[in-house]
Design a protein around this ligand. Structure first.
Ligand SMILES: [Ca+2]
Length: 334
């Protein structure tokens, strides 16, 4: 079967102390998946700043020997939101837990260039070159595609599908999460919710564009972990690329074990990407997205709706099976 053309829109924080490595592993999973033709990476903000995502994404492609894949840099700021608190919080993590990263080797210098096109122009060009063929997997905020839709609304019917890591079908799981390290009850707003609330106006533009849209909810993603045994398996491959993936993931997994009471690091973004090539991993329902409820910060904003569904939403995933698939691919020689 012909591989699916994918643009991966990522906030790749891989290499920054105490930031999630899942975007980088989603890139790695895409590179190792024969069902996917990764036609480009666009960078956005969330887990890190956009320019950091660009550099971190380029580094992974460079180590993988895939500098043929363009990396187009996105907008640094959301349309309206003040994101100061988001980065203050994330910088606090880096400051407080950075000591766990002391054994990570220095990051290789990035020598390959980013694309000359900004992300939204790259999206427009790609969709117009390949009408009804491009799936955009959005692992961070929606700013880039929203901007593309504002500049060229005619691309909406030409995008095959948007798959988005984010969304909650009711009161979100983290609302009742009590962890001693987080004293600020609003803090999850800046961490877990950020893929869709980092730039909520952009989320609404994309979700209402009539492009087929699937939320891969955070609840779904909790099923799928990167465990220390997985990190060891990547390290055992022995290439500089796999060594890098393992070395950057190891302290993040260690932090989950030591400070968060989890058995591994949640594979939010790799699991979301897997919907491109294996929908059987997921239980998917059709729902209605309520933009005004969403913009007002109220729950729920995704409703079961037989009459007028507007989006698809994953309710659960086979995490065990996904972990097997992911690790078979992440330990494969490129
Ligand atoms: Ca992400």
């Amino acid at each position: 079967m012909k591989p699916v053309k994918v643009i991966l829109d990522v906030d790749t924080a891989t290499g920054i102390p105490c930031r999630d490595v899942d975007d980088g592993l989603a890139i790695a999973l895409a590179l190792a998946s024969p069902e996917i033709e990764l036609i480009g990476i666009t960078t956005c903000a969330g887990n890190c700043r956009t320019f950091e995502s660009t550099e971190n994404s380029l580094r992974i492609l460079q180590l993988a020997g895939r500098d043929d894949i363009p990396v187009a840099e996105g907008r640094e700021l959301p349309f309206l939101q003040d994101v100061t608190a988001n980065f203050d919080f994330l910088d606090g993590w880096t400051h407080n837990y950075g000591f766990l990263w002391k054994d990570v080797p220095p990051l290789p210098a990035v020598t390959i260039p980013k694309s000359s096109l900004p992300a939204h122009e790259f999206i427009i060009k790609s969709v117009r070159e390949h009408p009804n063929e491009v799936v955009i997997v959005k692992e961070g905020s929606h700013t880039n595609l929203a901007l593309a839709l504002l500049v060229d609304p005619g691309i909406a019917p030409l995008v095959k599908e948007v798959i988005h890591m984010g969304g909650d079908t009711g009161q979100p799981w983290w609302a009742s999460t009590a962890t001693s390290e987080f004293d600020d009850p609003d803090i999850w707003q800046y961490v877990i919710k950020m893929n869709h609330t980092y730039d909520p106006e952009a989320t609404v533009i994309v979700a209402q564009s009539k492009i087929p849209f699937t939320f891969v909810t955070s609840q779904t993603c909790l099923s799928s972990l990167l465990r220390m045994s997985h990190v060891d398996a990547m390290a055992n491959v022995g290439t500089p690329y796999h060594d890098f993936l393992a070395a950057t993931a190891r302290p993040w997994v260690q932090w989950q074990l030591q400070y968060r009471g989890r058995e591994g690091a949640v594979m939010w973004d790799p699991l979301t990407l897997a919907l491109v090539f294996d929908s059987n991993l997921f239980n998917i329902v059709r729902m209605r997205f309520d933009a005004s409820q969403f913009l007002s910060g109220q729950y729920p904003y995704l409703y079961p709706s037989a009459e007028s569904p507007t989006v698809q939403v994953t309710m659960e995933a086979n995490g065990h099976r996904f972990e097997e698939i992911m690790m078979e691919r992440l330990t494969r020689a490129l």
